[in-house]
Structures are given as C-alpha cells and as structure tokens.
Design a protein around this ligand. Structure first.
Ligand code: ADP
Ligand code: MG
Length: 728
C-alpha cells in the first residue's frame, strides 16, 4: 500500500475544529496593531507627529533628531502591545517579503539591560544585499545595500515583532526592491494628474492612485499538500489525472463556504483587522477548493504592502487550520487558475474619483479626460504593461481560455464606446456654440445615467472599465502588485504630462478656450488609440487574428514578454520620469529571465524525479502483479490460458508503452537541460528553457496520467486530484 498518500488521507478524517475568537465588532479592533494616526497622536510629541504627517503628505524629509523622538514613541507603543523585536520589512526582487528581527533588548555594561530603539535603527538598516537578486548590480557596489524607512506606509506589529516598511537600495543608489520604483511612479502620476486636475478644480493639490486587489487562492489540506513533492517544491501539481468531477457542475462558485474554510477565513480576517488590512469580501471561486478575498481599496503604496503582508499572513493562519494556501496561478490542470485583479483609479485630495463620472458636464469632461488618457497610455505601452505581469506561473493562465489572453486590450462597454465615437466625429479647432450645447446635452451630460445602466461586463478582457475604475485582470495571483502598478502609473503619468503640454499649447498658441483645447486633444487620442479598444470575446481565435492586424503584441511566454522591459521605449519612459535608470532596468530584466529559467528548471527536475522514481516503479509493480496473474492462469489453463488473460496482457503492454515514453521523455528533457545550462546569456537560457525543455512537460505528464488510470489505486503513491480538490 502506498503509505504516505493513505496516511495523509487518514489524517484529514479527524481534523479538529479550530476555535476562532472574533471581536464583537471588527471596527473596534481595526488597525489596533498599526502605528496609525491615533497611535502617533498618543505616543508622539506634536512636532514629531507633524513631521511624520508632512513626510506622508508632501514627501518631506524627516530630521534626524526628530527621528530619535519618533523611534522612542514607536518603541513604547510597540512594547505596550507586547512586541519584543523590530525589523525592517521590505520587498526584495524575489517577489516575497523579507525581514530580519532584532530585539529591543540591549545590555548596559553594568549587568543590567534596557529596551532600546534609536532613530538610526528606525531610519536605516544594512542587510547583506549579496544574497538577494540584484541582476549584476553587485559588481559595482560590492554587495552592500541598505533599507530605508518608508513613512508613507505605517509600521505594524505582527506576532511580537514591530515591522517597519522600508525600501531596499544598493549603496550606489540603485533600487533592489519592488517598492522603490513604485514610489517613484506614484509620485510622477501624482504630479501629472494634479496638474491636469487643476484644469477643472484649482483646489486640487494631490492625486493618490488607488488600488483594490482581489486575491484568489486554493486551500488544500496540509497533509495532502505535503504528500505531493510537486506542490511542495513547485507550488503546483506537475501531473495527476483529472478528477471525474471537477468544476463542470458550477456548484462551487459562490456556493456555501465549507465550515472548516469559513473558520480559516474568520481567523484570517481577524488578523487582517488587527493589521489594518480592510478586507471586506470572501467567497468560493469557480474551481473546487478555490476561494477569493478582497479588501476595500486604498492608496496604492499601502494597498501593495497590504497585499504582500496578507499573502504572508494567509500562509501562517492556514498552517493553524491544517491547510496549505496555493497562490500559484495554475495549481491544477483542467480547473480554473487564480488571478489577482487590480482595480485602479485616481483620487484627489478633495475626495473626487477622477474616473468616476459626475453630475455636471464639466465634471464629466474631467472624467473623460482621465478616462481617455488612460486608454491612450495603455495603447502606447500595451507591450510594457503585458511584461509587468509576466511570470512562469502566469504563463499558464494568460491565453489559456479561462483568463484574459496575452493580448492587452481595453473594454469600456457599449455606452462609453458610443460617447467616444461621437467625440471622435468633432471637427478640428474651436467648437461653435451649437456644437457645445449639443455636446453638453447629448454626450457629456449623459454619462452618469448611462453608466449606471451599463452593467454588461466582459470577463474576457484584460483591462476593463467597470463603472468608476479600471480593472487590470491579467495580474497573476502570485504577483507582487508593485510591478503592474509601477508600469500602469508610470505610463499614465507620462501620458498626462503629454496631454497637459498639448492642451496648454492650444490655449496659448491657438488662443483656444480651455474646454475647446481639451476636446481637441481628446478627440485625437480617441483616434490614435482605437486599436486597443476591444469589446468582443477575448478568448476567441478571431481576436488573435484581429489583434495581429491591429499590430497589438501577443507575447505568450515570459521570455518573449519580458523583452519589452528593456525596449528603448521603456527605458526612455523610466528615465524621463526618474523611475529607474538603464542599469536598474537591465538588472531587473536579468533577474526576471533568470528566475524564469530557474523555475522551469525546478519543475523539470521535480517532474523527472516523480515520474522516474515514483510513477515508473509503481507501473512496474503493478505490471509484475499482472505478470504473476498471467503466469498463474497459464499454470491452470495451459495452452488455452490466453482466453482468460487477454485483458491482463493488453494492460501489461500498455504499461510498458507508457513507461517507455516516460523514460524517453525524461532522458531527452535532461539532455536539453544540459545544453541549456551551458548557455551563458541569461535571456537565451530562459528561451531555451521555454522552447526546448517545457514542451516535454505535457508529453511526460500525459503518459503518467494514463498510468494513473491503469494502475491499482491501492499502490498509486501520489495523492489524486479528487482527494486534493474535494477534501475540505
Ligand atoms: P468584482 O470585480 O469582483 O465584481 P467589485 O467591482 O465590486 O468586484 O470590486 C472589486 C474591487 O474594486 C474591490 O477591492 C474594491 O475595493 C475595488 N474598488 C472599488 N472602487 C475602487 C477605486 N475607485 N479604486 C480602486 N479600487 C476600487
Ligand atoms: Mg473584479
């Protein structure tokens, strides 16, 4: 009997109910482990508090003396909450979060000890940068790097550790993390959008990009997950025959949440409340054992931190409930994968959502301005946007007919399409009074009511307008949102700057009125960005053909998609906006192609191991049983044995056939790997892994899965899909 699998299954039979203590009111505990405004007011002097607020709102520097005061207040607050340690918490280019805890505790030299946390420790730390991906920047800065406090994201306590969100940069200044470029992109879009928003309201002084992510995930019993080497090492199943029942009955989506899962969710949400992560929505997703969680949207930097933190917390709480969370975009073949929709908009300090249509024609002109500029930005940088969500795991999702395709397009719905069509027909130059009245009454004035009716939603679109925000749906469930958010906010910033220049030149040069100038420029943008708009079925082959005609990119694999990151276009965008230098951009590209090759390499090794050391021996064992049986029949029936042994003999042959194919597949794959590993250039190596090695996965898996169907269930060593997906 295959011991591990059956042990694991048995363990799931008697899972205890985990007691979850929930606060009577969530609002009462919300943010209680966060050094938020309320905590600051209590623990900081007036001046220190003002200085933090100033840094948050205006990006001003915090004086070193003040930092000493702040750190003392923060330490007192943290200790009052039971914290013993502190850490700089950052997001290196591994895609996850990093922390190194230090105790507050310090000896004084006279045999006693105190709790200490100075301004220096708050503001800066020096983790050894050499063990984090740096894409060759290493050579120039001798592995030295430092983390620096990001006051725009508040410190929080997790467990007994005070966590201080920080950026991570090389000593020579290059960013080594996901947060630094994000902060720079957010600053750019703030400046650009504020300048444009002032056309409509002079009192706007700041624009915050907002982000509301939706996190999809699978929950698998811990023992079952541990019984599968592929889940442990690659985060997904590399083989496994489909379960007889999958998602075909649509009986999981929005269904009643299983009790054990609900307990997990309640526990998780409780932790989120303490950490100030405003989670709001929970439900079953399409695939069995797949779920989703979504918060109320927040300012983008904070939302990105909260998502990274959440993923960590999710794994920790899951362990308590004997679950393992799978964040992989495609943990199981044949059922839906997971994404992380990024809902995005721009909000002013005056409380206006710039992508929300308003109640007057002028407010709607403002809406159209930001709406059309966003579409234009996506049109001009579609390939760069695609590159921001490229990863080995997301490749399984994009273009696999259940998630958006690898082609970026924008869906806006039929009513807004007709608004843009009418605007496009305007003639160049100043508008006549009649034209203006007509525009106001019949086009711009009508937007709020039509949007309310505009409920049609195209789930096949990667970038859809959904009433008062854009929803970037192609982001993968494992992603750090900083990457797509850096690109999106950067391209919109760049676009808005161009827009402002063009409008101003019409106002000054052509003596146009402001709204005439705005209409003129928008009209041109509508024309220029028409090819990116697509309302039809994004999964169809027809769209692939059409997109090709429109010269839209269709990069189906990560190495292909990543090229756009180092294109001239991208480099000048980042350099112009001061988001990244060429060195930083190229380093990141190098890191990503390297990571891609390593991920495929790990999967190839794990697959080779499972197929050769688990599956083939099992096939042979079963075959031996059959051979014994045939031998026995021969002993009893002599010459006529074949009449009774036909099935068995066919099985014996079939098993041999599959074993041979598996063996050959693995041998060939290993040979290709040897060749690929000799390639010096990281990008070329990534292409080799993609084009030469990955194709073996399907072939090897096919024969393993066939064997699974033939071999006696009692001896099959790998926990089956039906067990992984239907145990809860
Ligand atoms: P779904 O797409 O699943 O139907 P909703 O459209 O209701 O769900 O909302 C999804 C997410 O969009 C939520 O996380 C919500 O906070 C976020 N969201 C709503 N308004 C905005 C906004 N102005 N900016 C950013 N995110 C937003
Ligand atoms: Mg959504």
């Amino acid at each position: 009997m295959s011991t591990l699998r059956f042990h694991a299954i048995k363990e799931t039979f008697n899972r205890p109910t985990i007691d979850v203590k929930e606060a009577e009111r969530r609002s009462a505990i919300f943010g209680s482990n966060v050094f938020n405004e309320a905590a600051m007011r209590q623990y900081l002097t007036k001046d220190s508090y003002k200085s933090v607020q100033d840094a948050v709102i205006n990006g001003s520097k915090i004086d070193r003396n003040v930092a000493d005061h702040i750190s003392t207040g923060m330490k007192e607050w943290a200790i009052s909450k039971g914290a013993t340690h502190y850490t700089h918490w950052f997001q290196p280019l591994t895609g996850t979060t990093a922390e190194k805890h230090d105790a507050f505790f310090e000896t004084t030299g006279d045999g006693t000890a105190i709790e200490k946390f100075g301004g220096g420790q708050l503001v800066q730390q020096e983790p050894d940068a050499s063990s984090f991906p740096n894409g060759g920047i290493r050579n120039t800065f001798e592995a030295r790097g430092y983390t620096a406090w990001d006051p725009t994201s508040p410190a929080f306590i997790f467990g007994t550790t005070l966590c201080i969100p920080t950026v991570f940069v090389a000593y020579t200044g290059e960013a080594l993390d996901n947060k630094t470029p994000l902060l720079r992109a957010l600053q750019s879009v703030d400046q650009a959008a504020t300048a444009v928003a002032k056309y409509f309201d002079k009192s706007v002084t700041k624009v915050n990009p907002t982000l509301g992510w939706e996190q999809e995930y699978f929950l698998i019993d811990k023992a079952l997950a541990k019984s599968r080497p592929d889940i442990n090492l690659a985060g997904r199943t590399l083989l496994g025959h489909a379960s007889a029942k999958g998602q075909q009955l649509d009986d999981h989506y929005f269904g009643s949440i299983p009790t054990r899962v609900l307990d997990y969710m309640r526990d998780l949400e409780n932790e989120c409340m303490l950490l100030g992560i405003p989670v709001k929505t929970r439900h079953n997703e399409v695939a069995p054992n797949q779920f989703e969680l979504a918060p109320i949207f927040e300012e983008t930097n904070l939302a990105v931190d909260h998502n990274s933190l959440l993923m960590d917390v999710m794994s920790k709480v899951a362990d308590r409930h004997n679950f393992k969370v799978l964040f992989h975009e495609k943990p199981f073949a044949g059922v839906n994968g997971s994404g992380k929709h990024n809902n995005w908009s721009l909000a002013t300090n005056t409380g206006v959502n710039l992508l929300g249509p308003g109640s007057t024609p002028m407010k709607n002109l403002q809406f159209l301005t930001f709406f059309i500029n966003t579409i234009k930005a996506v049109n001009d940088y579609e390939e760069l946007l695609r590159s921001s969500i490229a990863s080995a795991s997301n490749d399984h999702r994009l273009g696999a007919n259940e998630a958006p395709p690898a082609i970026i397009s924008v869906f806006i719905g039929s009513q807004l399409t007709s608004v843009l069509d009418q605007l496009e027909k305007l003639k160049n130059g100043k508008l006549s009074p009649e034209e203006k009245t007509d525009l106001k009454l019949n086009v711009v004035g009508k937007i709020p009511e039509i949007l309310l009716d505009n409920t049609d939603r195209n789930r096949t679109s990667p970038f859809a307008f959904t009433g008062n925000k854009f929803e970037f749906r192609a982001v993968g469930s494992t992603a750090n949102c900083a990457k797509p958010m850096t690109v999106l906010n950067a391209i919109v910033a760049k676009q808005l700057m161009e827009f402002k220049t063009e409008v101003d030149s019409l106002i000054k040069g052509k003596k146009m009125k402001k709204d005439d100038a705005i209409f003129n420029v928008l009209k041109g943008y509508i024309k220029d960005s028409k090819r990116i708009r697509f309302e039809g079925d994004g999964y169809g082959e027809a769209w692939e053909k059409e997109a090709k005609k429109r010269k839209l990119s269709n990069n189906k694999t990560t190495p292909e998609a990543l090229k756009a990151q180092v294109s001239k276009n991208a480099i000048s965008l980042y350099e112009d906006l001061g988001i990244m230098s060429k060195v930083e951009i190229e380093a990141r590209h190098e890191i990503e192609v390297e990571e891609y090759a390593m991920r495929i390499q790990i999967e190839a090794r794990v697959l080779g191991d499972i197929a050769r050391n688990h599956v083939i021996p099992t096939g042979i064992r079963y075959q031996n049983l059959l051979i014994e049986n045939v031998q026995g029949l021969k002993d009893i029936y002599g010459n006529t044995f074949k009449k009774h042994a036909t099935e068995q003999m066919e099985l014996i042959e079939a098993i041999s056939g599959h074993i041979a194919k598996i063996n050959k597949g693995i041998t060939d794959m290993i040979n290709e790997r040897k060749k690929a590993n000799k390639i010096e250039n990281a990008e070329k190596r990534a292409f080799a892994y993609c084009d030469k090695i990955k194709p073996y996965f399907e072939e090897i898996r096919y024969h393993c899965d066939k064997l699974e169907l033939l071999v006696d269930d009692e001896i099959w060593p790998l926990t089956k899909y039906r067990e992984l997906l239907f145990t809860r």
